[in-house]
Design a protein around this ligand. Sequence first.
Ligand code: AMP
Ligand code: ZN
Length: 502
Amino acid sequence: MKNTIKLYNSLSRKKEVFEPINEGFVGMYVCGPTVYSDVHLGNCRTFVSFDIIYRYLVHLGHKVRYVRNITDVGHLVGDVDTGGEDKIAKRARLEKLEPMEVVQKYMNGFHDMMKIFNVLPPSIEPRATGHIPEQIKMVQDIIDNGFAYEQNGSVYFDTPKFAKESGVYGALSGRKIEDLIAESRDDLKNQGEKKHPSDFAIWIKADPTHLMHWDSPWSVGFPGWHLECSVMSTKYLGEKFDIHGGGNDLKFPHHENEVAQNHGACGHAPAKYWLHGNMLLMNGRKMAKSDGNTITPEQLFTGDSPHISKSYSPMVLRFFMLQSHYRSTLDLTDDALLAAEKGYRRLMEANQTLQGLNHPGNAGEGDLDKEINQLITQAYEEMNDDFNTPKALARLFELVSKVNGLKGGQLSFGEVTEATWNNLKTTFQIFIYNIFGLQDEMAASDSNGNGVLDGLMNLILDMRQTARVNKDWGTSDKIRDALKELEIKVKDGKEGSTWTVG
Ligand code: AMP
Ligand code: ZN
């Protein structure tokens, strides 16, 4: 029972029993960030969701190879027809930096943020620019199989031909090729080199001013965004692997086109199960940078945002995310964060109580014993049911009431066996730390004795140092003031900043 997972496959639009292609092994690919700007909390939600899925699969004993890429070339602002510029090249031009400086800066920031939210690093984190020869080869394979054509040095995927011959274009996103034709009719005058408006570029000829380009059989240019994920997933997980994930805003065109490319090159789709996380909203609207409806992690930690009344810690945010299912939207509001803070503290305090409370011995097996065991089983069943963290969490909170009842004397240890009590202790440790990936911010170290607080403080002080280097005094002072509120004093010296409590 514990090992049978059902997961919702976006491709079949139903829950399916998870059966890895090779028993005991799981290959999972998740689309990573495009590193041209700071990661926002919406991005973080998607990576936290897949972190929990990864952790749970590992917990169940699967040997998981988790690949999460870094997009460092090819993601355009707009489309190639409308002269869309590569997002990283554009930022490099605006900031007068080398494109690789832009990539390094935002990739470092992304990694810092993943550490702060206790997101485990993937097994492999490949970068698109490190796989140009493989991408050129896939373009050639698609051309050779008759699903792509070259025009003036760029190469386009022949979508109508593929749709007609394979019958699968649109299967993932639910879009119909006829609708796509109708949708893009207005654009016909802009379609430029494409034979059809729904065709998409897999190799793009670079104009002479373009900062990132590579030689290829067709032109000096760069790969289309969708291509990198087809290539890197196949390279590291094989032509057919288990799970492909990402935010549901990537279903179309990114994932639909990935499926088309893999079919075009290898004759079949890459992944067996497609998992899509839903969006983080703020006050009811999608969190997105474009319309200012966003809050950065720094603003969350300092409280410096009109959207929140106070600062919130990384683990409160992680707990907040656990409270909703990954396929549901999650609305970030100040009230919801306040409630999450309370819930997080209650859970961690109950666990401290549980771990510190020894069974007095000499107990029989009563109804309470059965209830506890049942709730433990149910918590696992909820996770097995498409990784339902809010329901699993609800079971843990029912157990929290039992723990508090036993501590307060309203419930009797006489009804609980020592084995059940020890099982409960282990279950809480496993769920809180291994599966949910929470850390105890109220303790100086995590359950394994690692100095979590030290690590977090170093990261926060690093962020403050970066703000100071950038002369962003507002942010650096905010961080210092927020720490002061927590009675943490920061001293700036020549060797860097140090901190003391009290
Ligand atoms: P990007 O860097 O834009 O390619 O996005 C990286 C990941 O963040 C993708 O999987 C997106 O689906 C995801 N993402 C972007 N905005 C949000 C949001 N508001 N909520 C949840 N995930 C998001
Ligand atoms: Zn991708």
